[in-house]
Design a binder for this molecule. Structure first.
Ligand SMILES: NC(=O)c1ccc[n+]([C@@H]2O[C@H](COP(=O)([O-])OP(=O)(O)OC[C@H]3O[C@@H](n4cnc5c(N)ncnc54)[C@H](O)[C@@H]3O)[C@@H](O)[C@H]2O)c1
Length: 345
């Protein structure tokens, strides 16, 4: 079966998915929708540049209204590549049309809107994937295999960068900030490798970036102390204060287990008492995710999806807990937050 796909939102991440999908013979992108027509043209051009002369042409109809796209096209699946603040109604419309979907992370800015979508998905039993592609990286499989059955003591994550230039990024009510929007990938990977987070106690501040950009209101320095359900403890430090030239090794995810240390920074470094091995990250995690999604739709195989909507909501809950902890000065229990705000998850 060829899977007929439509896109809602054709900005920068859509271009990456489109290029992957055009390289897949069993996928056909038939429609592109963006509020801004010029973003559709820009996406077509960017994909053509990325694929080069031999690439398959992106022969898809353009729409500026996703409701019209859903009405006029016979879609087997849809990609939602929207900024965090734009989620909600588009998901509702795609779900109402009975079309399976892949929603980019974060799936919402807060838990209440995500709870509404989760309830609709549960009612309809629809196949929904979310864009946590690190779960598809070969190193994630290898790390899980190495950690299976071992006692984990501690996890330490660092992620440093600079605020992206995207117009919505520096506003809390648009992006949700670095942790909810970006470092959510490492939170999700921690959940996959270490286990569910029990408590989050966070400190955060806006210290520097607002000095030159007065409407900048997201935190630019974040620190969390974590406990996990299995008893492990963790720390997670991220900021938007990195200068160009900071070595890439400054950002990594490390796990200290019984007889084994793992460090993920691009690839996977495995340290045991008598050996150190490096395993490169062979394979593009996002391409693997896109291939798994298309196959899951074609074959009706939700088991191929490594992050469904409920998983994305659990990851969102950890980052929302951090935001609230930083603002209130109190530790937050993630299970209690989910029980109160996403009943039935
Ligand atoms: N998985 C990853 O590694 C990864 C990487 C980058 C971005 N993302 C995520 O993808 C999402 C989009 O990021 P981006 O960088 O592509 O943003 P972007 O701003 O480049 O693109 C978003 C597009 O959505 C369009 N849009 C907004 N509301 C719309 C609506 N109602 N209908 C149709 N189009 C609408 C905008 O016009 C814009 O063109 C974000 O949530 C981001 O976190 C994921």
């Amino acid at each position: 079966m060829t899977v007929r796909l439509g896109f809602i939102g054709t900005g920068s991440i859509a271009v990456s998915h489109l290029a992957n999908l055009l390289a897949q013979p069993d996928a056909e992108v038939v429609a592109l929708c963006d509020l801004a027509e010029e973003r559709i043209d820009a996406a077509r051009e960017a994909v053509a540049r990325k694929l080069g002369a031999g690439g398959r042409p992106l022969d898809a109809a353009g729409y500026t209204d996703y409701r019209a796209m859903l009405r006029d096209e016979r879609l087997d699946a849809a990609y939602l590549c929207l900024p965090p603040f734009a989620h909600g109604d588009p998901e509702e419309a795609v779900i109402a049309a009975g079309v399976p979907l892949l929603v980019e992370k974060p799936v919402a800015l807060d838990l209440a809107p995500a709870a509404r979508i989760q309830a609709r998905i549960h009612e309809c039993g629809l196949l929904v994937a979310t864009g946590y592609q690190l779960r598809y990286a070969p190193y994630a499989d290898r790390a899980r295999e190495l950690l299976a059955g071992r006692q984990i003591g501690q996890a330490v994550v660092t992620r440093f960068g600079r605020t992206p230039g995207t117009p919505w990024y520096h506003r809390q009510d648009r992006s949700g900030g670095q942790l909810i929007e970006m470092a959510t990938h490492q939170v999700d990977l921690l959940r996959a490798l270490v286990g569910e987070v029990r408590t989050v106690y966070a400190a955060a501040a806006t210290r520097i970036n607002h000095l030159r950009q007065p409407d900048y209101d997201i935190f630019d320095a974040n620190a969390m102390a974590l406990t996990f359900e299995n008893g492990a403890v963790g720390s997670f430090v991220n900021n938007f204060l990195a200068q160009p030239g900071l070595p890439p090794s400054a950002g990594q995810l490390q796990i200290f287990a019984d007889g084994l240390n793992l460090a993920i920074a691009g690839g996977l470094r495995v340290v045991t008492g008598d050996s150190v091995t490096e395993e490169s990250d062979a394979g593009d995690a996002m391409a693997r995710q896109d291939a798994a999604f298309v196959r899951a739709v074609a074959e009706g195989r939700p088991d191929l999806i490594r992050s469904d909507y409920a998983n994305a909501v659990r990851t969102l809950a950890v980052t929302v807990a951090a935001e609230r902890s930083a603002r209130s000065g109190r530790p937050i229990e993630v299970a209690q937050l989910l029980a109160e705000e996403v009943p039935g998850l």
